[in-house]
Each structure stands twice: as structure tokens, then as C-alpha cells.
Design a protein around this ligand. Structure first.
Ligand code: BG6
Ligand code: MG
Length: 218
């Protein structure tokens, strides 16, 4: 094993494009509550836990509900989300990601998942990647949401690596902040102006080259 460096990947928006399914399910929920929810507003929900996402959504709709009703809505949202997830195949792995993972495996570099999603293991199974990861940290294992570094620090611990030697790949502002707070190297996937706190930014996953990965290792 190469112990100089390790990687921790976010899931939604980095490994797979599930952000569109989260959006559809949240928008339908908003519509059922009588308000609209736009793609732009959805940006605020990226990387944010399920419970915190509902709170943000209700704030947008200016709606106050009982705890009981909120629990029911969380179940409703997740059921719709899972109806999309259950149809997923390896076709939905984002461009370039399979190549990046193969490169890391070939170079004996360990990698973990660091996701806020409680559905992460199911999604990895659906796309056939679950056995590739040395360690998995998902929303069931952490109590503090990104931008808190807990998820990535636990990932480093499971990989048996010092945080400074870990490289985090993230598409959410909250995730980039969490990586930086953990003293890790951060790679943002998306808009440079939005992810300006990341150490490196790529417009999309297909832009991560093996040359870049080699330069990080050495
Ligand atoms: C994050 C997503 O990865 O997981 C968020 O970016 C989502 O949009 C969060 O809310 C929690 O996911 P889940 O699958 O537990 O509802
Ligand atoms: Mg993400």
C-alpha cells in the first residue's frame, strides 16, 4: 500500500449524479405543500443532511409544521428518492470517476467514502462500487453535518491515515469547508467561483486527469 496519500470521496455529485433525484423529490414535496422549489434554491441543499434539508425547504416555503408531520415528510421524501435510486445502474457513475478509481487501485492508494447520505451503501451497491472502497463513512455514522469535519476525520481514521495526507473530492461548499477544517487537501467539483475555498477545482469529474493525480502523489 502507498501510505503517502489517501483519498476520501463525497458521493452525491462526485461519484454519482443523484443530486437530480434529491431535487425531484424535494420539489415534489414542496409542490405538495403548495410552493415551488427551484434548481437554484436546490444548491443550498447540496451536502446538507436530510433533516437539515427539510428545515431549509420549509423555511423557503415559509411553513411551520409539527415534529410528527416533519417525520412523515422525511419518510415521504426518502421513499420517492429511493424509487429513483432503485433503478440506478453503473451507467450513472459520473464521467471519469471509474478511471480515477482504477488509477488509485493500480497505484495502491487507499480511498474511502465520506458522505452525508444514509442511503450511501445502497447507492454504491446499485452502481457496483461498494467493494472498491477501503472504508465507508455515511450519514448513519456521524452526528455533525458538513461543514463540520467529523465525516472526513472518521474517514481518515478508518483509512489509518493522518488527515494532512488525505485528499477530499467534493461538489458542495459545505463539503469543501469540512475538508479544509479537517486540514485535508480539497478538490472541488463544479463552479470555480462557488467553490473558491478549495485547493483545486475541476468543472466536472471528467476533467480530473491521471497527470493531476500523479502530481498529487509525488
Ligand atoms: C448528501 C446530499 O450527500 O446527502 C444531500 O448532497 C442529501 O442532498 C444528503 O440531503 C442526505 O442524503 P440521504 O440519502 O440520507 O437523504
Ligand atoms: Mg455532494
Amino acid at each position: 500500500m502507498n501510505t503517502k496519500i489517501a483519498f476520501i470521496f463525497d458521493l452525491d455529485g462526485v461519484i454519482v449524479d443523484t443530486a437530480k433525484y434529491h431535487f425531484l423529490a424535494w420539489r415534489n414535496l414542496a409542490n405538495s405543500l403548495g410552493f415551488d422549489f427551484t434548481k437554484k434554491q436546490n444548491e443550498q441543499l447540496k451536502g446538507v443532511s436530510r433533516v437539515a434539508s427539510l428545515e431549509l425547504l420549509l423555511k423557503i416555503g415559509n411553513i411551520k409544521l409539527s415534529e410528527e408531520k416533519k417525520q412523515a415528510l422525511l419518510i415521504q421524501k426518502n421513499e420517492e428518492y429511493l424509487s429513483y435510486v432503485n433503478k440506478m445502474t453503473s451507467d450513472e457513475i459520473l464521467p471519469g470517476i471509474a478511471k480515477v478509481l482504477e488509477f488509485l487501485i493500480d497505484n495502491k492508494i487507499k480511498f474511502a467514502l465520506g458522505s452525508a447520505s444514509k442511503n450511501a451503501p445502497l447507492i454504491l451497491k446499485k452502481v457496483g462500487l461498494i467493494n472498491k472502497f477501503t472504508a465507508i463513512v455515511d450519514g448513519n455514522q456521524v452526528s455533525k453535518a458538513k461543514p463540520d469535519p467529523e465525516v472526513f476525520l472518521l474517514g481518515a481514521k478508518k483509512l489509518d491515515m493522518n488527515p494532512e495526507k488525505c485528499v477530499v473530492v467534493e461538489d458542495a461548499i459545505a463539503g469543501v469547508k469540512a475538508a479544509n477544517a479537517a486540514d485535508m487537501i480539497s478538490i472541488g467539483i463544479g463552479d470555480k467561483t462557488v467553490l473558491n475555498e478549495a485547493n483545486y477545482v475541476f468543472e466536472d469529474t471528467s476533467k480530473i486527469t491521471t497527470e493531476f493525480l500523479k502530481s498529487l502523489i509525488n
